[in-house]
Design a protein around this ligand. Structure first.
Ligand code: ARG
Length: 586
């Protein structure tokens, strides 16, 4: 599926295959060898390392035992043919390290980066058509900063996969039915005194929900509890039967939430190819369970239906309640079936937070027991929470940062802190646009830069910093190069020469771009790309601090301008895979 795309590594791998055969009598295929390369501990010991553990093992199996360090030494001492961009090879314990000629490399990749050919190399082949389901907020609740982690993570995974050559269907599955909806409507109908606002109804509705939740919690154990419960049951009943005033109110209010979601999606520039709704899979999911109940797969106990998964250490999975209604897992079973049947996909990814790990394990196991072959092609991509510096967020309790307020506050701060100096120079529209682009950069970068398995602490000031690892840092690096190139004018094309270690660091980093993308896709980690971009910004900044550009004599000046342009192109390309725009001025 993943190709040996790096031309340099590939050439080096080819010569190693031959040398290993000649010197050590070991047959190792290029596709086994290529992925083994690893970084050296520091650049004084080389630019790329090849570990000899596997080769030594194969030699042992073939009857000529040798240890990895001896194998490395033997290869170092033999004088096999190396590609022209390798200047030296050196054994370091069990590794054979290689030193690069960066001028040869630069001559190849800089023009390719400029023309865009570098970014259109094929990274994969025969990839499975894949659905990525992400950003599945519940209606009737407020969207808050926590929801952005899923959105940004899912969106960047999709962009990365598409870039790598996958055919991706982006889908979402909002929760528009259930007790949270009933609670919200209950409060609106029986307790609310406020008038429905004319704008931002979705956010207002979310507040109704959290007020409802708190009220119901407070009244637990009081004389009101029984009435509340009766009222909620009556509401849920109407929603199930799809008739009555609460059903009408559901239809009306659901639209308010959808409007809010669409505003956020438009702002974040994400688009779904396919929308699934919990309310739409509900009744078919019950039918599906009944069908398999008849086949004898599910057990009935006092009217409730489910399946014992104890033998897989997954407890009991309930699928129909005594009233005959389905549950969350029930809907997911029908949803999984639909995804494969209606879209012809071969792989199905679910971007959902880690609290739902057990749920998905149960769902995928039930699907497997139902004989659904695609069960093993379903995968839960989980991520940890977003917290505020002072603790966890919960839309139920209402201690959240509503997304739209947050964006407004961020935009205001960006205008005051970074763009105030352009007040007389730029149009208001340009200031507004740039502030929005930077706010998006801060949020999207901040939400993807942390490994999905780790918690994120959302801290607006940190995320907007120009001198730390942030989206605006990378955007600013791009904008600075852009203005520098504008000021310096077109470079005279000609000989590319790079003699300083700072230039070599930049070139060495540039050549890794595609490999980083490949690894981000393979391991579902956009954080590899964010780290790469930050490092590229840093390498470039130290180059710029140490190596004069405008005042250098030719051909050094042109070479440095070419290198700068290549860095800008790469930053822009990388940011775009996170859904972030690169502003030309900021
Ligand atoms: N709406 C659910 C929630 O907010 C997430 C849905 C995840 N997707 C799924 N197929 N179950 O918790």
């Amino acid at each position: 599926m993943f190709l040996l795309h790096d031309q340099f590594r590939k050439e080096l791998a080819e010569s190693l295959v031959v040398a290993i055969k000649e010197q050590l009598a070991v047959d190792i295929g290029i596709s086994t060898l290529y992925p083994l390369f690893c970084p050296t501990p520091n650049k004084a010991s080389g630019n790329l390392a090849f570990p000899l553990f596997i080769v030594a093992k194969l030699a042992g199996q073939a009857g000529s035992p040798i240890n990895p360090a001896q194998a490395a030494k033997k290869l170092q001492d033999s004088d096999f043919k190396l590609p022209p961009f390798i200047t030296k090879k050196l054994a370091a314990g069990p590794y054979l390290n290689f030193f690069f000629d960066f001028n040869i490399i630069a001559k190849l990749i800089i023009p390719e980066i400029h023309s865009g050919a570098f970014f259109s190399q094929k990274l994969t082949e025969n990839t499975p058509k894949t659905m990525v389901e992400y950003s599945q907020p519940n209606t009737h609740k407020e969207l808050h900063v926590g929801h952005m982690r899923n959105l940004c993570f899912g969106d960047s995974l999709i962009r990365l996969h598409r870039y790598a050559g996958f055919n991706i269907i982006a889908s979402t599955f909002p929760g528009d039915v259930g007790t949270h909806v009933a609670k919200c409507l209950w409060y609106m109908k029986f307790h609310n005194k406020e008038k429905v606002p004319t704008t931002r109804k979705g956010a207002w509705l979310g507040r109704m929900y959290s007020t409802a939740h708190n009220k119901l919690e407070e009244e637990k154990g009081s004389a009101l509890e029984a009435t509340n419960r009766e009222q909620l049951t009556a509401i849920l009943k109407q929603l199930e039967q799809k008739s009555g005033e609460f059903y009408d109110l559901w239809k009306e209010t659901r639209e308010w939430s959808i409007e809010l979601m669409n505003e956020v999606y438009a702002w974040a520039q994400v688009k779904f190819d396919q929308w699934y709704w919990e309310s739409e899979v509900d009744s078919d999911s019950v039918k599906l369970i009944r069908e398999y109940q008849k086949k004898g797969l599910f057990k009935e106990d006092q009217g409730a239906v489910g399946i014992d998964l104890e033998e897989y250490k997954l407890g009991f999975c309930m699928l129909l309640k005594t009233d005959g209604n389905g549950l969350y897992a029930t809907k997911d079973i029908e949803l999984a079936r639909r995804k494969f049947e209606n879209s012809g996909i071969e792989k199905s990814l679910y971007v959902v937070d880690k609290r739902q790990e057990h749920h998905f394990k149960q769902v995928f196991k039930v699907l497997e027991l139902m004989g659904f072959e695609n069960a093993k092609k379903c995968m839960h991509l989980q991520y940890d929470f977003v917290e505020l510096p002072d603790g966890a967020m919960s839309s139920r309790k209402g201690n959240i940062v509503p997304l739209q307020n947050l964006i407004e506050e961020m935009v205001k701060m960006i205008k005051e802190q970074y763009l105030a100096r352009y007040l007389n120079e730029w149009t208001d529209a340009e200031i507004e646009k740039t502030a929005q682009v930077v706010a998006k950069g801060a949020i999207k970068y901040g939400m993807t830069r942390i490994d999905p398995n780790k918690k994120i602490v959302f801290d607006m000031k940190e995320w907007l910093k120009l001198d730390g690892e942030s989206g605006p840092y990378v955007q600013y690096a791009y904008a600075r190069i852009h203005s520098m190139l504008n000021k310096q004018g077109e470079q005279v094309s000609g000989e590319l020469v790079f003699d300083t270690p700072q230039e070599h660091d930049v070139i060495n980093h540039l050549m890794k771009f595609q490999t980083v993308i490949q690894e981000s896709v393979e391991q579902y980690k956009p954080s590899y790309l964010t780290a790469y971009l930050y490092d590229l910004g840093r390498y470039y900044n130290s180059f710029y601090a140490e190596c004069p550009v405008g005042s250098a004599a030719e051909p050094v000046r042109s070479s440095r301008l070419s290198l700068s342009r290549a860095v800008a192109e790469t930053l822009k390309q990388g940011l775009s895979l996170l859904g972030i725009e690169a502003p030309e001025r900021m």
